[in-house]
Structure formats: C-alpha cells, structure tokens
Design a protein around this ligand. Structure first.
Ligand SMILES: *[C@@H]1O[C@H](CO)[C@@H](O)[C@H](O)[C@H]1NC(C)=O
Ligand SMILES: *[C@@H]1O[C@H](CO)[C@@H](O)[C@H](O)[C@H]1NC(C)=O
Ligand SMILES: *[C@@H]1O[C@H](CO)[C@@H](O)[C@H](O)[C@H]1NC(C)=O
Ligand SMILES: *[C@@H]1O[C@H](CO)[C@@H](O)[C@H](O)[C@H]1NC(C)=O
Length: 487
C-alpha cells in the first residue's frame, strides 16, 4: 500500500479534498514525488489453481502484516506476532503477506549492501517458524517500490554513495525518475540479487531449514507495487522482471514467484489502460509482465477509496466489479495462471461511535464481503481468482501502526465473522484431488455468500447508502481528531 506509515500524506489528501470541494478530486497519488501448510508440501501451480503435493487444491484466505519481522526482531515484542498468528489461525486464515526486507534506515535488515542485522534476521526466522506452527503460508516480499523501509530509493542511494567519478552507470535525469535507476543500473541490480540470494539461502535459526527449502513459504514477491515513472512503456520493469524472476528460480526452484504488481494496465499487447483508475498508467503492463519467464502467478491490489477518491460508494463498487472481472477475464484468456488480490482495503472512520463511524464501518464490512464473495465465486467455479489478502491485520494495542485500513479481529466483530465465514467456505474447496474431481461447484455453494447477512445491505448487489459529503463543521471536528491521533 502506498500510504503505509504516511498518515501526513493521507491528511494532506483529506485537506485537499475539502479545498477542492465537490470539484473533480485530485487522485492522491498524483503529484507527490515520490489450508494449512503443515505437511502440505510446496505449493505449485496446475493451470489456474494452486496445488500442494502436485495434486490437491489450495485456496488462500489471507492477510497483510508487513510488521511481523521488525516486531519479532525484539524478543520482548514477539507476543504480538504470536497473537497475530493465533488470531489468524482461529479465523481460518492460511496466508500472510509480509516484508522480508528493511533496506537501510533505523531498523534495517540490510543496513548497507550485503551487510545484515542478525537480530532482524532472527525476527524473520521467528515469523517463518511460527507461520509453520500455525498452518499459515507466507508470501514474502523482497523490496519496496516506495521508500517505506528503504526500497528502490535506498538501493539507488547506496549505488550513488559507492560510485566513483567515471561511473556512468546511473543515468539520472530528473529527481522523480532517479529512483527508477533501480531497474536499470547494473550496480543496483547486483545489490538486489545479493539480497535475494541472502534471504533465500538463509538457514532458519529456529527450525534449521533453509528458507529455499521451507514449504511454509508459499511464494516470493520481487517488489511491493513496482511502478516506473522513468519509462511509461513498461519496458524497463519488463526487462527487470525478465532478469530477476529467473534469477530467483536459479537459486530456489521449489517456490513460486510473483512480481508484486497492483494490476495497472499499460501499453503492452492486449492491455486496456482505459480500465485503470483515471486511465493513468504507471510503467507496468499487467498482461505482458506476468508472462515473463519465471513468473507463476498474477496479482492485483484494490483500494477503491484511494484510487477513486471522492467517488460514491456505488461508483467505487462499480469500479471494483469492473476491475476484478477484467483481470479475471484477462488472466484466464492470456495468462492461464492463478490470480490473487494480494492487497485490498477500505479506510475506516473509527474515532467516534456516532452515525458517521457506524456507517463507515458498515461500508468497510460491505466492501470486505464484496471482495471475498468475488473470490469465492471465482474459486468455486474454477476461475483464476483463487484467494486474497486484506490490508492489514493488527492486534489490540498496536495503535502506532494504525493507518485507517487495519482490521483488529478481536474488536472488529462483524469483519471478523465475514472473514471467518469466507475462510470456512474456501477451506471446503481445499484439499480436493485435482486429478479425480475438478471443482466442487454446486448451486448450494454458490448461493451462500458471506456478505448476504451483513447488516449493511441485505442484497450484496445493492450498494450501501452513499456516504454524505461531510459538512465543513464536521470536517473541522474530524480533522482535529485525526490530528490528535497522528501527531
Ligand atoms: C538504462 O541504462 C543504460 C546504460 O546502462 C542507458 O543507456 C539507458 O538509457 C538506460 N535506460 C533508461 C530508460 O534510463
Ligand atoms: C468498465 O470498463 C470499461 C472498459 O472495459 C470502461 O469503459 C468503463 O468505464 C468501466 N466502468 C467503470 C465503472 O469503471
Ligand atoms: C453504533 O454502533 C454501536 C455498536 O456497534 C451501537 O452501540 C450504537 O448504538 C451505534 N450508534 C448509532 C448512532 O447507530
Ligand atoms: C456466517 O456464517 C454463519 C453460519 O453459516 C451465518 O449464520 C452468519 O449469518 C454468517 N455471517 C456473515 C456475516 O456472513
């Protein structure tokens, strides 16, 4: 997610929304530069399904928790990681997406190129060991497009710091494009490959198993949300993926690999950039890039409220349906691989229990049910959309990490029930023998929708009532509360 630990940006966006009033809102990203793994064996791909042990189906009910490694690096904080896995397990969640990187900064995994912090690595070891114990697969992400936890900016900075005078490897034109040297510089690519190799060959200090040999790990993700302003055609990211995905496979042939894309269409063959929010494109090609050698599964992200800022819930729901249907269709038609919604979320106004907060919660839960129903519909009908991971799971007492998109299972009872119901439905599809019985798709299964009894809207196809544009007085009070919350 882009605004991760950047509440100020969100705040700026909210202010901007009110300054521009009912005019066409400025999309917030414009103009800122900047089942159970135990004994299941490695997850593989068979057509558009995931399989374990080469034959039984695996569907994924997942969550994001980027903070697991950094939290577990402090043994005094490990109870939080344990609580997260316990809650996940109790709600039938079987996939966690998390960061296997922290490049530079105050709490680095890699403090400078090739130099690793052992306490942080032990934190990651702990996460992998506990995921295994709790029957949760891990989708481990290897660096960030954005500069939270380092990412491509930190890598490029390292290369610049190390460069001597006659090094013209870093072709820097504008400040905005400079970070994108990440995809092109030989020096930076060498640093990145070294990070990949270091993580994949790490031997877990709790289990004694090398990461590359551990079936708890479901897949590697090359980067969180790659985008490339320097080359809108997508060729630069394409070349990078074509180099890096096979590189991962050359070290680790056991695990699946994905790119980490948000799903934006670009200028490649069969792409329809009209489908992108505001028809903007981001230097990536959903179809072509997922076709690169070594890429096993496709991903999309989904933030209708961020991407269509200011649109009504009905418009956002329409966008959601279009976006998901288009990607499922294109994945089936052109990619023939499984598709996961690896991030989705909706901002929740949590700070007071009046009408506004309750409505916000109903809308969030409605959104959650809508995404999960779409996943189940596809999964139970043999479609490519076979799982997802909500953004983001936090435990009680982790207020510093709240970003408005958090789901705290012990507090958010309705969301927790929706998630648990969905996990239960998906689990019934798990473990079927692909060779004997293709899909269990009875009309009874299809009729049971996790959202159908949600209190927001009886019929899952009817959007909830429109959230009214908050009045100025209301905005001032909301603003005060947000600012006291963040600052
Ligand atoms: C990528 O780097 C090469 C030299 O290594 C340079 O010739 C080329 O212009 C760069 N491409 C972009 C898009 O910056
Ligand atoms: C749905 O997608 C089509 C293109 O296939 C586009 O023309 C239309 O505007 C989209 N509708 C919404 C609500 O996003
Ligand atoms: C908001 O929800 C809470 C509990 O979910 C409930 O107790 C309260 O009455 C609701 N407030 C309004 C104004 O509906
Ligand atoms: C969850 O499932 C139970 C049992 O099938 C059902 O009674 C309940 O209404 C469902 N709740 C939601 C929110 O889907």
């Amino acid at each position: 997610m882009v605004i991760l630990i950047r509440p100020r940006l969100l705040l700026a966006t909210i202010i901007n929304l009110f300054l521009t009033s009912a005019a066409v809102p400025v999309p917030p990203w414009l103009g800122h530069d900047e089942k159970r793994s135990g004994g299941g064996g490695f997850v593989g791909v068979d057509g558009m399904q995931f399989v374990a042990n080469d034959r039984t189906t695996v569907y994924l009910s997942g969550f994001n928790a980027y903070w697991l490694m950094t939290t577990a690096s402090d043994p005094a904080q490990r109870a939080k990681v344990l609580a997260a896995f316990r809650q996940a397990s109790a709600h039938g969640l079987n996939l966690a997406r998390t960061w296997a990187f922290s490049d530079g900064g105050d709490k680095p995994l890699q403090s400078s190129p090739g130099v690793y912090d052992e306490a942080m690595f032990k934190g990651l070891d702990f996460v992998v060991a506990q995921a295994r114990r709790h029957g949760v697969y891990l989708l481990l992400c290897l660096t960030n497009n954005f500069h939270d936890f380092g990412g491509k900016r930190q890598y490029v900075q390292w290369a610049r710091d190390a460069a001597d005078d006659d090094d013209d490897d870093l072709v820097i034109t504008t400040a905005a494009a400079a970070d994108d040297d990440f995809f092109n510089s030989t020096v930076v690519k060498g640093y990145y490959k070294n990070h990949v190799k270091t993580v994949l060959t790490r031997v877990n200090t709790f289990t004694g198993v090398a990461y590359k040999d551990d079936p708890t790990i479901f897949a590697w993700e090359l980067m969180n949300e790659p985008r490339c302003d320097a080359d809108p055609t997508g060729a630069m990211v394409q070349a990078w993926v074509e180099e890096m995905a096979p590189y991962v496979k050359s070290i680790d042939s056991n695990h699946l690999v994905t790119v980490g894309l948000e799903g934006f269409y670009g200028l490649g063959l069969h792409e329809s950039k009209a489908l992108n929010p505001w028809a903007i494109y981001y230097g990536t090609n959903y179809i072509d890039t997922h076709r690169a050698q070594g890429v096993d599964l496709a991903t999309i992200h989904l933030y209708p409220d961020l991407w269509l800022w200011g649109a009504t819930p009905a418009q956002q729901a329409a966008f959601f349906r279009n976006w998901t249907a288009a990607h499922a269709r294109d994945t089936q038609r052109y990619l023939r691989m499984p598709l996961l919604v690896t991030e989705y979320g909706k901002f929740l106004l949590r700070w007071d229990q009046d009408q506004g907060a309750n409505r916000s919660q109903r809308e969030r839960d409605y959104f959650l049910a809508m995404v999960l129903d779409a996943i189940y519909d596809s999964a139970s009908n043999g479609g490519p959309l076979v799982g997802g991971a909500f953004w983001q799971l936090l435990d009680d007492g982790m207020d510093a990490l709240r970003d408005g998109y958090e789901i705290i299972l012990p507090q958010d009872r309705q969301a927790a029930t929706i998630i648990r119901n969905h996990s239960r439905q998906l689990a019934q599809l798990n473990g079927q023998d692909r060779r004997r019985r293709r899909y269990r798709s009875t009309s009874r299964d299809r009729k049971i929708r996790v959202g159908s009894s949600s209190s927001s809207a009886g019929d899952a196809d009817t959007p909830p009532p429109r959230f009214p544009l908050i009045s100025l007085a209301r905005f001032v009070s909301v603003f005060r509360q947000i600012s006291s919350f963040f600052f």
